[in-house]
Write a protein that binds this ligand. Structure first.
Ligand SMILES: [Fe+2]
Length: 185
């Protein structure tokens, strides 16, 4: 029998080399706040969050010897309810960070995303929802030189041109909600 616990993803703990460099980036550029920090054996753990209901969304432990990609995690993704203009501004801010690499704006049809590697090479995605559900996986490079209205229109047209079916995102999540409610009966 499967668990009757409903699971919500809550946080990731990431090993880092240079704690202060990572904290500077996640607080100054991505807007996280340090919610706690303290010793973990001979190391230090620092907790960060920017939501009202998660003590931490990410935590760092200074126990890594060498920066680089994880061999088992491609990226961590953070969803924002912010605007396309704010996502574009983040994209510009990332480009001003010399230690950020691999900045890649992308749309999956159901999301507008900016992928990048943080100053130690960890894969990060920041995304906002589009108004649509689109079957996954798929993605197209996103051109931030377009204004918001043009991006909205282009996104719909580009995925429809590929034969994708776009449906209202709210309907998709409402159906998921109904399904999950039945599961917990
Ligand atoms: Fe992703």
């Amino acid at each position: 029998m499967s668990s009757t616990l409903s699971l919500e993803f809550a946080h990731a703990v990431v090993y880092v080399v240079d704690m202060e460099k990572i904290l500077d980036f996640y607080t100054r550029v991505l807007g996280f706040e340090v919610t706690d920090r303290g010793p973990l054996g001979e190391r230090e753990i620092v907790f960060l969050s920017q939501t009202a209901d998660h003590h931490h969304q990410i935590a760092f432990v200074d126990s890594r010897n060498e920066a680089g990609r994880s061999n088992s995690v491609d990226h961590l993704a953070f969803r924002s309810s912010g605007s396309l203009a704010a996502l574009r501004a983040l994209h510009d801010a990332l480009q001003a960070e010399p230690e950020v690499s691999g900045i890649r704006p992308l749309t999956h049809g159901n999301a507008w995303s900016v992928y990048f590697r943080d100053p130690e090479g960890n894969g990060i995605e920041v995304f906002i929802d589009t108004p649509w559900h689109v079957q996954q996986p798929q993605g197209k490079p996103l051109d931030f030189s377009m204004d918001d209205d043009a991006l909205l229109a282009w996104t719909k047209e580009a995925f429809e041109a590929d034969g994708a079916e776009l449906s209202p995102l709210g309907e998709f999540y409402a159906a998921r909600g109904e399904h999950l409610a039945q599961r917990s009966d």
